[in-house]
Ligand binder design. Structure first.
Ligand code: 2OX
Length: 446
């Protein structure tokens, strides 16, 4: 049953324009959560709150006026946009997504629509401009995260329960629309908009506004990319409209979790991005990371490869401290992932879903070069024999690692073993396959 929708999906299938192909090929991004929450870092009146640090205002039940006065302490002495950009470059990130305004409502840019912004802090300067310029200078694209949910703004409403609510919330929607137009206009190199805080009924009941925002951003900033999380349709359906069509330009529902490489292959039909925290659940800076598991560089690298193997982008989060420094754990992650990406980035960038059956030893990625495929090996079997099942009729002609040929043995119909070394490796190993035969060679990255 098809619903007639005014504010549903504007397009079916992946965007094929140059801006989207660039976004897709970038594959690996750095998320940055930075705001007033980084100052207390999850600790208030000597008490540590274990919930996400960017939620400390609600975890510690802090009055708005108290929280907002953190603005007068914001003066990051160790902040260097250039240093952050160089670290991201070394990590191999091709884009960066910055929280221009998180749920607290504090703006990292001198917005003319609210005084709750960087210009009224001791720091004073336009942090957003400094970051955009520094990252763009390193050849890294910059995208803007924007929270529609706003704890500071008096006209924000979680739901619309009275005429007063709808009048106030309409003022809020106008405010947010103006801020977004301001961001797209004043920072013209921005490539994409990452919307968050759109799950409440107030937003779901105003699908028209989410449609208008998408239209406006694409008028002001041609080629701009918008995530599915912004969008609600005429009937309040989110991400996918009431007819099951993806809204926005890519699916952004994977937060702190990845689709399963066997049971969630549906995601390979559209563009998508997963965002990931280093601790179990901390986006903003938290002083005490001992309260949960902290993912190692290798765990995060495997998530990046896993995501690429399913045709998605991976957005890895950093939470800089209130003084603008990057904590040692995050520095180490950038260095270790970066050292592998230095030599193996080609299996990630401009690569994607191969359409081959997932194997235990790791992941396949399909580069744009035809008749080749990458095997990224994380779990080397004690036998050293890597099983490869190929689509019907596909032949493997060669397998090589670091330019060295490996023995390839056809052991059954559409089944091969690649003879690899039987030894322990510190980092994932890449094997390049050349394929032939008349069979459908599986998906090719395009
Ligand atoms: C991208 C991430 N989305 C924000 C978030 C997550 N949540 C949330 C709240 C309740 C349950 C599950 C998730 N609310 N806001 C986090 O603060 C971070 O910005």
């Amino acid at each position: 049953k098809e619903f007639k929708l005014q504010y549903g999906a504007q397009r079916t299938g992946k965007r094929t324009d140059a801006a989207m192909e660039r976004w897709r090929g970038n594959r690996f991004g750095q998320f940055i959560h930075w705001g007033l929450y980084a100052i207390p870092g999850g600790v208030w009146n000597g008490k540590t709150y274990n919930y996400a640090a960017e939620f400390l205002k609600s975890s510690a039940k802090i009055p708005g006026s108290t929280w907002d006065s953190l603005m007068y302490q914001f003066n990051p002495k160790k902040f260097s946009a250039k240093e952050w950009a160089r670290m991201a470059k070394r990590m191999g990130a091709k884009y960066m997504t910055i929280t221009t305004k998180h749920h607290e409502g504090f703006c990292l840019w001198p917005s003319r629509f609210t005084e709750f912004n960087i210009s009224r802090t001791p720091y004073g300067k336009d942090i957003l401009k400094e970051l955009v310029d520094a990252y763009n200078a390193e050849g890294i694209d910059v995208n803007f995260y924007y929270s529609v949910l706003d704890w500071h703004h008096p006209d924000w409403r979680y739901d619309i329960k009275s005429p007063e609510d709808s009048v106030a919330f309409r003022r809020y929607l106008d405010f947010a629309f103006n801020q977004l137009k301001e961001l797209a206009t004043n920072y013209p190199t921005v490539k994409a908009f990452w919307f968050d805080g759109t799950w409440d009924n107030s937003v779901k009941k105003n699908g028209w506004w989410t449609y208008e925002v998408e239209q406006m951003l694409k008028q002001v900033s041609p080629g701009a990319i918008v995530n599915s999380r912004l969008r609600a349709d005429d009937r309040g359906a989110r991400h996918f409209d009431s007819n099951g069509q993806l809204m926005g330009d890519y699916e952004s529902g994977y937060e702190r979790r990845l689709p399963d490489p066997v049971t969630d292959l549906k995601v390979t039909k559209w563009d998508w991005e997963a965002c990931m925290t280093v601790p179990e659940n901390q986006w903003g800076y938290h002083k005490d990371w001992s309260i949960s598991h902290v993912k190692s560089p290798l765990e995060l690298l495997e998530m990046l490869v896993h995501t690429t193997s399913m045709g998605g982008n991976f957005l890895l989060n950093f939470g800089p401290a209130g003084d603008g420094s990057i904590r040692p754990e995050e520095q180490r992650i950038a260095a270790e992932i970066g050292s592998w990406m230095q030599n193996n980035g080609n299996v990630i960038y401009n690569s994607g879903y191969a359409g081959w059956e997932k194997q235990d030893w790791g992941y396949f990625t399909a580069p744009s070069r035809p008749n080749t495929l990458n095997m990224v090996v994380f779990n080397l079997p004690v036998s050293g024999l890597l099983k490869v099942k190929v689509p019907a009729g596909v032949k493997i002609s060669t397998a090589s690692t670091g330019g060295k040929k490996l023995r390839v043995e056809e052991i059954a119909k559409n089944q091969y073993l690649v003879h690899f070394e039987r030894k322990w490796f510190a980092m994932p190993q890449v094997i390049v396959l050349e394929t032939g035969g008349e069979g459908k060679k599986g998906a090719q990255y395009q």
